[in-house]
Ligand binder design. Sequence first.
Ligand code: BJW
Length: 257
Amino acid sequence: MDALHAAAVAITKARRIAVLTGAGVSAESGIPTFRSALASMGALWKDFDPATLATPEAFARDPERVTRWYDHRRLGCLAALPNPGHLALADLERDLESRGGEVILLTQNVDRLHQKAGSRRVVELHGTLITWRCTLTGRHTTPEPAPMREFPTPSPFDPRGLLRPNVVWFGERLPDDAVAAAENAAASCDVFMAVGTSSQVYPAAGFIHAAMARGAVTIEVNPEKTPISDLVDIRLQGPGGEVLPRLLVAARAGKGF
Ligand code: BJW
């Protein structure tokens, strides 16, 4: 049996599927992966390393530049459309629900493209850059779909505060409810898929190890090798926008859906 067929059989048999997604899922929607993002943005960002940019310290040091970077990415996300990989995951959720099962998407992505594709059970582990919040009051707002007018952006809630993206930076705690939902999914799923993630950023990368340890079938979809590639049960090498629709077709051609 080839890997695609083996994965199709596993998802056809499953009642509960957890899918951890990363930036690679949105690459085919034109959103650069986190680690390739700066390279695509030209000289303005050349002195910034993403690992140090996505930190509270970077925002404290240079709020103007960090706000510009996130606003640029926010507008890119608002303009982007889901690709066949997002759509296949939304279809998988509907298929499984129609036979009494469930799919939960644990996404590290901040772009909201899973929701745009129609996925309903989405846990945003690293927040979203579509909404922003006040650094002083913590109140949330959804900026209009146009460039911010001031950099940094004053908070509409408290004139002494600034607006920052509602994302989780390095060193910040993930939302408790998102972590609890992910832990619960890893502890109860029959199949755990890791799609388009480098599996290097924790705690998100730890959930697949938890699922693996208790015997869930693990599947990776990625064109490149990652730290989990040799550990998973099934490795589907290729872009999500090609592999996921083929996987769904294979599962539907089998039985169950
Ligand atoms: C394709 C494709 C195609 C290409 N199809 N695939 C344990 C061990 C070591 C370190 C730690 C640990 N626990 C915590 C840490 C520290 C740290 C961490 O993990 N550091 C590592 C770098 C080592 N973690 C944290 O700081 C986290 N916080 C925390 O643990 O808090 C504890 C705490 C407790 C109590 C009080 C306070 C704190 C927070 C992590 C937050 C990560 N945030 C970011 C930025 C979000 C905002 C933004 O977007 O700017 O999230 S970092 C960045 O990495 C972003 C991503 O969501 C995340 C993961 O990246 P992802 O999605 O995997 O993307 P890439 O670019 O890395 O990979 C893309 C993949 O796609 C590649 O594999 C390609 O091959 C593939 N690909 N095209 C499919 N077409």
